[in-house]
Design a protein. Sequence first.
Length: 286
Amino acid sequence: MSEATSHDTQADTAGGAGAEQPLLPDAFTAKALAGRTVIVTGANSGIGAAIVDACAAAGANVVIDWVTHPETVDPATRIAEAAGSGSAMAVQADVGNVADLQNLIDQAVARFGRLDVMINNAGVETRHSLLETEEKDFDFVMNINLKGTFFGAKLAAQQFIKQGGGGVILNVSSVHEDWPMPGNTAYCVSKGGARMLTRTAGVELAQHGIRMVNIAPGAVNTPINAQTMADPEKAAALNHSIPLGRVAEPDEIGATAVFLASDAASYITCTTVVVDGGIMMSAAGL
């Protein structure tokens, strides 16, 4: 893919004979990811499923990682294929297992010939305070949220370099990478770790033309928030705390992922894009 070189095509001055035209206009077309291969972990529900559908609609070949709820896998694959011009496949892989992650990437490359975008989306939480957290709870959260993201990024980067460089790694983090959420301590620590992973490894990988960006959603209308949204009083309180007056829809996170994976974001790396409706600027907590 062209991540490593797209900025080189920008003309230093506007106009002039022989001035090269920027690539950015093409990146805003409906097929911004045409021909690219995208892996999405934790991809058969919630935000992950929305990212899969958005990438497929943008023309990508998508690889749907899943661990639980096998009944959702075939429908997710069919929906993704119907959404765009690329193909879709599903691979069962536990992101907390490095061998599974390697197999996920190997299967993607075997099917589509290369890997262009790795989206580390899989995540869990236990909703425990520091004093309530047992070792098993801590290990469960860190294994998926931080270890899975760390080694997913590492293995994807190795594949990108093997292909000659370039590539994009997106880590679906949370506003809680930076914003405390008392009562959910291990989750916040895992997302804070992902924040520094992106800032540190992103610098390391830039020499290979690889971009690394976090996406930090706020409250999103997914199954994890279903109980809150089903309670009119709690839903109203949550919506009132958000300057835009509502929680995000999963496809809004999907659209953000497509943008960041595309050449339109070719100069964005080592940072976090917050998609929270302004909640971090106005509320004391979720």
